[in-house]
Write a protein that binds this ligand. Structure first.
Ligand SMILES: Nc1ncnc2c1ncn2[C@@H]1O[C@H](COP(=O)(O)OP(=O)(O)O)[C@@H](O)[C@H]1O
Ligand SMILES: [Mg+2]
Length: 374
């Protein structure tokens, strides 16, 4: 799958622009604050339905303007498609509009999965050391692009969790009774079980890819160390063998039923998908504690490459790789390794300094929200 062209109007610091991409390596190069990340943000918006920088769509509207428009012309092995996104600034209460091939989509979830991309930013290099919510978000963004039903389940889960937490708080404050709690617990367990099943499978597959990439990376950088990484799904069930969705549901329900008093005491839901994490090990030792910074970065890189492989397994085509200022954060060995792994895929990267790429890469110079093929 490739991004062929992106068209912006009033998007961040871009008044109007049209950027063409080649199917191979594309380099957006320019000084700081010229609009390199802005261009990537708009492309990633088409893959994930939201910005990777701001929770609010209106932040992407150019200062002083009332709306932005972004279009992406993409191509997969079957056909060319056009995705379109329009959102309004704070003063206007109109809802956003999304279109696929000119047809308005009723929900943003219908946009997701059409264009698939793997985003790699400097923050992701710290995924091993980051908090559980960053690792859950890594998982969720990756899986949502592959399974729209997973996104729906997550949305339902979050809604039920909010309601259930509010109820628990009211019960603990003595202003509500427990009659509704059972209904919420059942719904929460149902979504948690589906999410459990999906995350379990994803992490298991990802762990296999991480093993391969980590070992290749160690070899290519001449490391003597031959540690073996493993990713383990940590969840409230605390059961290591793989459960079916029905079994997971039974376990979640039991946990919620037998811990009602604790939960009322705490005033929040203590069991469910919001407590999940990925534990990352190197030779059975927790990587966040024991791995060197270099090893942690290699693990992060292997996870990102693995994300791309799973996406390809799922749909038969590689996603587009978006690297925001990430290459300059890596030492030359890791840079070379990463680039060598991306030979036949489309990469769109941003950078301030010329990267070590082949001379046939497609360079676009970025200046003040303008993009010139150079
Ligand atoms: N909504 C907006 N309207 C206009 N300019 C914006 C908006 N949001 C960010 N900017 C500007 O975009 C620039 C940053 O662009 P960015 O793509 O992050 O830079 P870089 O090239 O370093 O990646 C800054 O000058 C910032 O002020
Ligand atoms: Mg930037």
């Amino acid at each position: 799958m490739i991004a062929k062209r992106v068209i912006y109007r009033n998007f961040r610091n871009i008044s109007e622009a049209e950027i063409e991409f080649s199917p191979g390596v594309n380099v957006l190069i320019g000084n700081n604050a010229e609009g390199k990340t802005n261009a990537l943000e708009g492309i990633y918006l088409m893959a994930s339905g939201k910005s990777f920088r701001s929770p609010r769509e209106r932040d992407m509207v150019k200062f002083g303007e009332s709306f932005f428009e972004a279009s992406l012309i993409m191509e997969d092995s079957e056909r060319e498609q056009e995705l379109y996104f329009k959102a309004y600034s704070g003063e206007i209460t109109k809802r956003r509009e999304c279109k696929k091939n000119g047809v308005t989509l009723s929900k943003i979830s219908e946009l997701i999965g059409v264009f698939r991309a793997v985003l790699f930013c400097p923050e992701h290099l710290a995924i091993v050391k980051a908090g559980p919510s960053e690792r859950r978000s890594f998982l969720d963004i990756a899986i949502c692009q592959l399974k729209p039903v997973y996104l729906k389940s997550l949305q339902k889960f979050n809604k039920i969790l909010t309601q259930r937490n509010a109820l628990l708080k009211q019960i603990s404050d003595g202003i509500a009774d427990e009659s509704l709690l059972e209904v919420y617990s059942e719904q929460l367990a149902r979504e948690s079980a589906f999410i459990y099943r999906t995350r379990y499978e994803y992490i298991k597959r990802l762990s296999e890819f991480v093993k391969v990439f980590f070992s290749e990376l160690s070899k290519s950088s001449g490391d003597d160390a031959r540690e073996v990484p493993e990713l383990v799904y940590k969840n409230s069930l605390k059961i290591t063998e793989q459960l079916s969705e029905a079994e997971a549901y039974e376990h979640y329900i039991r946990l919620l039923k037998t811990n009602t008093i604790r939960e009322i005491g705490a005033g929040v839901t203590l069991y469910g998908s919001h407590k999940d994490d990925i534990e990352i090990y190197l030779d059975s030792k927790e990587a966040r504690q024991f791995a060197s910074q270099g090893q942690q970065r290699s693990l992060a890189l292997a996870m990102k490459l693995g994300e791309g492989e799973i996406s390809k397994e799922y749909s038969g085509e590689y996603p587009v790789f978006l690297f925001d200022d990430v290459l300059s954060e890596l030492d030359p060995k890791r840079q070379r390794f990463l680039l060598s792994k991306l030979g036949d895929r489309q990469v769109i990267m941003t950078t301030c300094t010329p990267p070590p790429v082949e001379s046939d890469a497609h360079f676009v110079s970025v200046e003040g929200g303008r993009y010139l093929f150079s």
